[in-house]
Write a protein that binds this ligand. Structure first.
Ligand SMILES: Cc1cc2nc3c(=O)[nH]c(=O)nc-3n(C[C@H](O)[C@H](O)[C@H](O)COP(=O)(O)OP(=O)(O)OC[C@H]3O[C@@H](n4cnc5c(N)ncnc54)[C@H](O)[C@@H]3O)c2cc1C
Length: 385
């Protein structure tokens, strides 16, 4: 196993850090307060090549590996988890679905703009009545001549209100259960496509989250991604890879919180000395650093397995589960280290703590990750079938 980043990955991380210190860190608190998605900065990330690191070169990407994309998501989440989530959903989910399962014509039509950040992608699986049990969706796709007619409502869609390209899962064959679900591309401006009420969130307020409503939206049959009925299997594969990104995202939040806590502890004096000299504080930071390292290593293992073409579902779930719980734990400790100042909006750690909670919910809750891991343990005979 190689535990080191390559020179190229180190360089990407450094360039991203320089950009984030300049263009993200000074504004993150305001975007959070105003619930403002920084579209312009998203575009800049695209033009600088960050959104395309892991996409094929013919579409404007850099053709790098999964870990390189994780380096980008982790590096962004360290400063602004909302913007980082917007990028992760755009890259791993929407663009990743098109790159992985789209036809050559679909890739050529959509990927160059998505990779360059000129267009934004959204990925629509969840519905008001179906989250963890995504296959229970009720959005329908009915064939009518050369078109499919989409009807239904998608819930909690990241970039839902700002996207240009939507990947939508819908039931095309109601009798066929999971193999009756297909995936479609819907473009912004399609008649009958709208977004519902603005969803007010606990955290990640610089990320746009919206209901996506499909009211008799006609899409050409050429918008179908892959075979009819392949949509659910595609979505599971997309989620499997997406979890590696979310593991990196959660690790980035934890790292950002640890850095803020350590810096504060060196400045803040009580009983005549910096609180960083108290063993109780040092141990909290030591535990943070250890858990962050472990989360990063689990994430790196899942990414390496994926790039080697080996099964990685359990490893991706383990990375996502551990990194999410690390993010929640570390951000709570970061607030603790700040004392009363951690509880107020003058310091960023309360935002990190609010943002971290989604890691335990999105792209499969922690309970769902444990179910996936347990299923694998059942297969190996550790648990009864
Ligand atoms: C900010 C945000 C962004 C999101 N972005 C997207 C997006 O871009 N695209 C998209 O499609 N979705 C998105 N989601 C949806 C997200 O993936 C779902 O919220 C998540 O999968 C959980 O589904 P749910 O909210 O319906 O919860 P439910 O599935 O109703 O779960 C409620 C509780 O029950 C537990 N539970 C459910 N089933 C079981 C079981 N079998 N055993 C044990 N416990 C169980 C869950 O773990 C959870 O604790 C987003 C959500 C949020 C909040």
């Amino acid at each position: 196993m190689n535990f080191e980043l390559t020179d190229e990955q180190r360089q990407i991380r450094q360039t991203l850090t320089d950009f984030a210190e300049r263009e993200i860190k000074p504004h993150a608190a305001r975007w959070d307060r105003d619930q403002a998605f920084p579209r312009e900065v998203f575009g800049q990330l695209g033009s600088l090549g960050f959104l395309g690191v892991a996409f094929p070169e013919p579409y404007g990407g850099a053709g790098a590996d999964t870990l390189t994309q994780v380096v980008v998501v982790e590096g962004l989440a360290r400063y602004d988890a909302g913007l980082a989530l917007a990028c992760a959903a755009h890259m791993s989910l929407a663009s990743g679905h098109l790159a992985g399962f789209g036809s050559d014509a679909q890739r050529a039509r959509y990927l160059p703009d998505l990779v360059a950040g000129r267009k934004i992608g959204a990925w629509c699986l969840t519905e008001p009545g179906s989250g963890s049990d995504a296959a229970a969706m009720t959005t329908r796709a009915t064939r009518k001549g050369d078109n499919f007619i989409l009807n239904g409502t998608k819930m909690f869609i990241t970039n839902g209100g700002v996207a240009d390209v939507y990947v939508v899962m819908a039931v095309s064959d109601p009798g066929a259960a999971r193999t009756g679900i297909s995936a479609f591309i819907v473009e912004r401006g399609a008649k009958g496509l709208s977004t519902g009420r603005k969803i007010e969130k606990l955290g990640l307020r610089s990320s746009d989250t919206a209901e996506v409503i499909l009211d008799n939206v006609a899409v050409p049959a050429a918008s179908l991604i892959g075979e009819p009925g392949a949509g659910y299997a595609q979505a599971l594969k997309v989620l499997e890879a997406g979890r590696i990104g979310i593991a990196g995202w959660a690790t980035g939040i934890a790292r950002g919180a640890m850095e803020e806590a350590a810096a504060y502890a060196k400045e803040r004096r009580q009983f005549g000395q910096p609180i960083a000299s108290f063993q109780a504080i040092q141990w909290m930071i030591a535990d943070m650093a250890t858990r962050i390292d472990a989360a990063w290593l689990l994430t790196g293992r899942a990414a390496a397995l994926r790039d080697a073409g080996k099964p990685f579902a359990r490893e991706a779930s383990a990375a996502k589960l551990f990194a999410s719980e690390t993010a929640m734990w570390a951000t709570t400790k970061a607030v603790q280290i700040h004392g009363g100042y951690g509880y107020v909006t003058d310091f960023p750690v309360e935002r990190y703590m609010r943002d971290a909670k989604l890691a335990e919910i999105g792209e499969g809750t922690s309970e769902v990750q444990r179910m996936i891991i347990a299923k694998s343990l059942i297969k190996e005979g550790y648990l009864p079938a």
